[in-house]
Design a protein around this ligand. Structure first.
Ligand SMILES: Nc1ncnc2c1ncn2[C@@H]1O[C@H](COP(=O)(O)OP(=O)(O)OP(=O)(O)O)[C@@H](O)[C@H]1O
Ligand code: SF4
Ligand SMILES: [Mg+2]
Length: 407
């Protein structure tokens, strides 16, 4: 009983410490300590000595995390500066990519509407936007894994100079899974329910790393351990349906990273994970970025994760890119009203507690995009002109592009 209370308490504190790290808000941290101090004394009859031990541990964790965060931020901005040179060697170039869905009567609805972007070597690009704005369909288009009714209508996806659009299934299978890996938003749909985790992991490792079966099992277990499974041998023998959503997500991560990809497309890779595992997974990806030349397209709702991970940010709305810039610019001087709205609806890194301002309304569904600016219905500064003509995505500063007539 007592052990459980401590465990629960400690987990909750970890969770709140993480929230503090994401928001940078000291008062949340103070409140956390206060609330748990009261609960702790209410629930049990521990000696004060033990409580002090915990408090010490908590503060140490906090200051270590804080230090790590500072180090990381230096690192992050170094990485941002690196971008200029690495961008000369783009690993992925997406040009005027347009993806459509067709219904049975061949009516088309545009899901991804002519997007252009690049990912440099060892660069982390975050793709952000609300639910339904086309992030997953963009990533599935890159991998040529669209649902049956979807297809790339036009545009190019150049991976190391080679256009992937139009490759046949066999050619695409060669590229996928090895050098180009993806972690899917829905892990269950990408793990085969009738094969064990171990079989699926070792199959891709032997295929792409060209190692023996025994070696592949060792690599698989090592990765399972690295993504947070203390008993990798047991997990290797399990079937996907016997694991929770978060566990399957971690298996997908192990699978994607075990082949040492040079481009990892990660669609909400940490959303289903609890905060401690989430932090571990982000560390793992960061370590891989340091150890290798891997590049990452990181799709997420979580702007805290964007600040931690990305060099550059692409903001998507209703199938289009509405703003793109390096991470510092996005967090300090975003220009598009939609990006500003996203930032205002997310806890900020510093300053006093502010009331979060949600963006009113919802993303228009694909097939019902309005004429002119697609954000006009929800934009607080929209004018009549905004509804007449679609704004162009214009470069307002080096590397900073915005789609808004007022900017
Ligand atoms: N199989 C499908 N057939 C038709 N339309 C689809 C299909 N899958 C997705 N869509 C539509 O494509 C648009 C973009 O969906 P997508 O899954 O890319 O959004 P998302 O930005 O990834 O959202 P979320 O953050 O919720 O994952 C949505 O309007 C969605 O309704
Ligand atoms: S073009 Fe007009 S409606 Fe669109 S984001 Fe800019 S100000 Fe708002
Ligand atoms: Mg999605």
């Amino acid at each position: 009983m007592t052990k459980n209370i401590i465990k629960r308490w400690w987990n909750a504190v970890c969770e709140y410490s993480h929230r503090l790290l994401t928001t940078g808000n000291k008062s949340i941290f103070k409140k956390t300590i206060l609330v748990y101090y009261i609960r702790f004394h209410y629930f049990n009859n521990f000696q004060i000595k033990m409580y002090k031990e915990f408090l010490k541990k908590l503060v140490t964790t906090w200051s270590i995390n804080l230090k790590m965060r500072q180090v990381h931020y230096l690192h992050l901005f170094n990485r941002t500066e690196m971008k200029v040179s690495s961008m000369q060697k783009a690993i992925l170039e997406v040009k005027a990519l347009k993806t459509v869905f067709k219904d049975k009567k061949k009516n088309e609805k545009v899901i991804v509407d002519g997007i252009d972007f690049e990912i440099g070597t060892n660069e982390v690009v975050a793709l952000v936007g609300e639910s339904g704005c086309g992030k997953s369909m963009t990533s599935l288009s890159l991998m040529q894994l669209l649902p049956q009714s979807g297809e790339i209508a036009s545009g190019e996806v150049r991976y190391r100079g080679k256009n992937l659009v139009g490759l046949n299934k066999k050619e695409m299978a060669e590229v996928r899974g090895g050098k180009l890996s993806m972690i899917f938003q829905e892990p269950m749909t990408s793990l085969n329910p009738v094969l064990t985790i171990g079989f699926q992991l070792t199959e891709s490792i032997t295929k792409h790393l060209k190692v023996s079966k025994v070696e592949a099992v060792k690599i698989a277990e090592d990765w399972l351990r690295r993504v947070g499974f203390p008993e990798p041998t047991r997990i290797r023998k399990e079937y996907p349906h016997r694991l929770s959503g978060g566990m399957r997500q971690r298996v997908m991560l192990a699978m994607a990273m075990s082949c040492k990809p040079d481009l990892l497309i990660a669609d909400e890779p940490t959303t289903a994970l609890d905060v401690t595992i989430q932090a571990q997974v982000l560390d793992l990806i960061r370590n891989l970025l340091d150890e290798t030349d891997m590049s990452v397209l990181f799709i997420t709702h979580d702007l805290g994760v964007v600040a931690e991970m990305a060099n550059r940010v692409i903001v998507m709305y209703a199938g289009q890119i509405v703003e793109t810039a390096d991470v510092r610019t996005i967090f300090t001087s975003a220009q598009h009203p939609y990006t500003k709205g996203l930032l205002q609806s997310t806890p900020r890194m510093s300053g006093a507690i502010e009331k979060l301002q949600p963006i009113p309304g919802t993303v228009p569904p694909a097939g019902a995009f309005p004429e002119g600016c697609r954000f006009a219905e929800r934009c607080p500064v929209a004018t009549a002109t905004c509804r007449d003509k679609m704004p162009e995505l214009r470069e307002i500063n080096s590397g900073h592009k915005v789609r808004c007539i007022l900017v």
